[in-house]
Design a binder for this molecule. Sequence first.
Ligand SMILES: [Cu+2]
Length: 133
Amino acid sequence: MRLVEMCFGLLGTVLVTWAMVDGADARTGPEPAAPRIVSVDVVAKRFSFTPDLIEVTRGDHVRLTIRSADGTHGLAVKKLKLDVQVPRGGTPVVLEFDAVQSGEFPITCSEYCGKGHQAMKAVLVVNEPGAAR
Ligand SMILES: [Cu+2]
């Protein structure tokens, strides 16, 4: 009787150990694919951003190339602590970041540019990988 119990005990230990090794394998498995780089050209002008919807997928590396079509503007994504000044004259400003969190992130102009400044908005949407759009 005792021998049988010992055998089952040993078998249990072996199974648990095997499961742990298997789990470790799954975690260290194949290297994740290199992040997709999403490049978007953005034009800021009184009083809009074009495009006003930027849609990416969580895990993407996002590269925004922003130009002003008139005066000085700013492009800020407060929730992501991003804020760049976009100079007058069309000189491009590149803003790069990794989309690590899914959700909707309001984009605003962070440089007062006139009467319609408050209305100068866009949205960054970060979708979950595989989510229907
Ligand atoms: Cu503005």
